[in-house]
Ligand binder design. Sequence first.
Ligand code: SME
Length: 159
Amino acid sequence: MPGLPDTTLLTDITRAIGQASSGLVAMTETVALLKARLPHYTWAGIYLLEGDELVLGPYLGKPSPHTRIPLGRGICGAAATERVTIVVDDVNSDPRYLACSIETRSEIVVPIIVAEGPGADSGRVLGELDIDSDRPAAFGQDDRDLLEAVAAALAPKLI
Ligand code: SME
């Protein structure tokens, strides 16, 4: 039904992550489910933070020239540095944007952060989910809610 979050998809992704034998498998299955089930997700990928660079992990869509992004660059770098979800309705009007494909019109980037708690990794940024769409302003509250829940489910698997 339009306007309702796809809770079935979240359930399926959470189950796949729980059953995955490794973080790499969990990321690969997450990207596959997102790309297969949400037609407005033209490109779906995960970057992992290594030192002060974001390194491209599993993705589906056209190959990106941005396989390593310094923290200070791009919408990806901004989301990881500011530790918040960033939604860009029109990538061509955002000066931070690093172009991956000429067809891309909008983007959402969701940091993957270890939940606050007593552990040494509490609050650490591990990486991020990055989704591009060929549609302008493709991402709404449902996408934000879904992807933030997916990021929270992925984090324990990536520590
Ligand atoms: N657009 C991103 C770069 C990654 S590609 O979209 C895959 C950015 O501005 O950081």
